[in-house]
Design a protein around this ligand. Sequence first.
Ligand code: PMP
Length: 358
Amino acid sequence: MTVHNFGPGPAVLPDSVKLEITEAISDFHGTGIGILEISHRSKHFEQVITLAEERIRRLLLIPSEYAVMFCHGGATMQFSMVPLNLGQGYQELPEYLLSGVWAVKAFEEAQRLVGANENGSSSADKFRSLPQILPVREGAPYLHYTSNNTIYGTQWWPQPQAAVPLVCDASSDLFSRPLDITTHAAVYSCAQKNFGCAGLTIAIVRRDLIERAPSNLPVLLAYRTYEKHQSLYNTPATFPIYVAERYLAWIEEQGGVTEMERRSRSRADIVYRCIDENPIYQPYAASAYRSLMNATFTLPTPECEKQFLNKAESAGLVGLKGHKLLGGIRASLYNALSQEAVVNLVTFMTDFAKRWDS
Ligand code: PMP
């Protein structure tokens, strides 16, 4: 039985990428040693990281005024790095849009480290919608937002606009659609959802702002360190960078981020249609804010949800349990998820709804 992975991250990888990395583990490009064993200072790895950066720049049309950096510490470390590097020494504090748990975590870390102001929040409706953007105080360094709220299944369409540069946590939708980098001071994303595996986070940051950061930051929390040493100040996450390079090559071959968006839309349409046609499934996110990445819904009772998850697992559909804070069901529909997986899911859901009703 084919197993389809709807997990929220670490998440499904393209089959061809899995094959390539499996081969590279025993012999990387005919070197006789595996990708896990090669030095980060070798010319072979240099090629990998250079190619990865080139692909990121091409896919997102990143101008040269922005640095592309390969960081450690997950997206969560960016919750600290962003305010430390980009939020100090301005007339006003950075502002944050609170659209879910991750956004709140980013905000609280900024408050703790440098101070921050809430801009808008959708906590009153339990993050079923997205916040209204309020005018940003003049002199604020940036407005931070989370482009896709992985837990609740909401997504910004279009991206927010503000009179100050934006900072985007794009951890669960980077490379799934085009993004205008030029309105941003920074964009960051962990790799384990749409373009790689856990252990790597990329940060795309305007170079002039990197230079303005205080000089006394811990060395690995300063963007300056990564920029100056091409992300090779210390040993980077060599294997996750290799996996991302291969995954990004796959995205390019498939037609880039516009094609990823077309596929995401097609996957999400099929799933939401099934939810809307079967009253047993109650969507969590308000319909105007639905995410193409994570479809969230509940069933009438906890017992019914348990049965749904058990039966889905027996049918080879795994990773559908909602986040522990929210419960319910969440189908994550990232770049590498096949059309076949989606068709199997809705066939299962339709069948489950019929049996439950009868
Ligand atoms: N931001 C968002 C939107 C996320 O979905 C996640 C993880 N699921 C994080 C941040 C935290 O990422 P990490 O576990 O890589 O620190």
